[in-house]
Design a protein around this ligand. Structure first.
Ligand code: NAD
Length: 259
């Protein structure tokens, strides 16, 4: 059995993760942590109560893995607490720079894994892969990411990752119309590694992204839509199963898809 603690257990993603973990025959959901919902019963059927104390919950429940879907402002502290306890960490919370993740992982005890994925949906992983491939032939690219209006960070972790992959794949960035062409600030979006990224926030959306490429007399659009948070769960389950077998810092679900 793989013993799993969910941090952010009462949130939109945390609730789905608790359900997905409880449904796996070789997983045991052993604790639920959520700062704003301590003392409340965890999601139906688990028989657990939510606590606010991650360190105490790790000590008492002895998880093999902590899964974190909390908030960009607290995730670094949660990762540090988890790794210091010698427990593997699967992180879905976005907003942390790769340099911060490397720093956190470098302080982990030998044999402990920090796994981070900006997006756990298989379709989004493929969208990023296809975008990196397209950038080799069509270097002019812009990203439009669209999310629900309560998302804590902009641009999304997926958009940052996509822009980084495009920049790496295409090598030299093409010359593009920049902020000097703007007649309203922000019109050209945020530049991530030379790739313009535009963030849309609207109620009704879940998580969506379109990567647009332009070339002579043609455009190419690669789009992914998560229309439901269950889209992330097979990836979360795979990540839990693989992370307990690995060590060090691993970024991106693609690292586990072919293993
Ligand atoms: P949410 O606001 O619905 O849930 C977050 C929960 O974390 C809340 O219940 C909150 O009380 C709790 N929380 C806050 N601080 C805490 C702390 N210190 N310890 C424990 N719990 C704490 O947010 P959400 O929509 O579930 O998203 C959570 C994160 O996951 C965001 O960063 C979001 O961008 C990210 N996300 C990632 C993926 C992915 O595939 N990687 C997919 C969707 C969302």
């Amino acid at each position: 059995m793989i013993r799993v603690l969910v941090s952010g257990a009462a949130g939109r993603m945390g609730l789905e993760v608790c359900r997905a973990v409880a449904a796996e025959p070789d997983f045991a959901l052993v604790a639920c942590v959520d700062l704003a919902h301590a003392g409340e019963p965890a999601s139906q059927g688990t028989g657990l109560w939510i606590t606010a104390d991650l360190e105490g919950a790790i000590r008492e429940a002895r998880p093999d893995v902590v899964v974190d879907f909390t908030h960009p402002s607290v995730v670094a502290g949660n990762i540090a607490t988890t790794l210091a306890a010698g427990v593997h960490c699967v992180v879905g919370t976005t907003g942390l720079a790769e340099s911060t993740l490397s720093e956190l992982a470098s302080q982990a005890p030998e044999g402990v894994c920090l796994f981070v994925a900006p997006n756990f949906a298989i379709g989004a992983v493929l969208m990023m892969r296809f975008a990196a491939d397209a950038a080799r032939y069509l270097p002019h690219a812009e990203v439009i990411e669209l999310h629900h209006d309560r998302k804590a960070d902009a641009p999304s972790g997926t958009a940052i990752r996509t822009a980084t992959l495009i920049a790496r794949a295409r090598g030299e960035a093409p010359t593009i119309p920049g902020t000097e062409t703007e007649t309203a600030p922000g019109a050209r979006g945020a530049l991530i590694e030379g790739v313009p990224v535009h963030s849309v926030r609207l109620p009704g959306l879940v998580a969506h992204q379109e990567v647009l490429f332009g070339g002579q007399g043609q455009t190419l659009s690669i789009r992914h839509d998560s229309i439901d948070r269950t889209s992330f769960m097979p990836g979360v389950v795979l990540a839990i199963r693989e992370t307990v077998k690995h060590s060090g810092l691993i970024i991106g679900l693609e690292r586990y898809l072919e293993s």
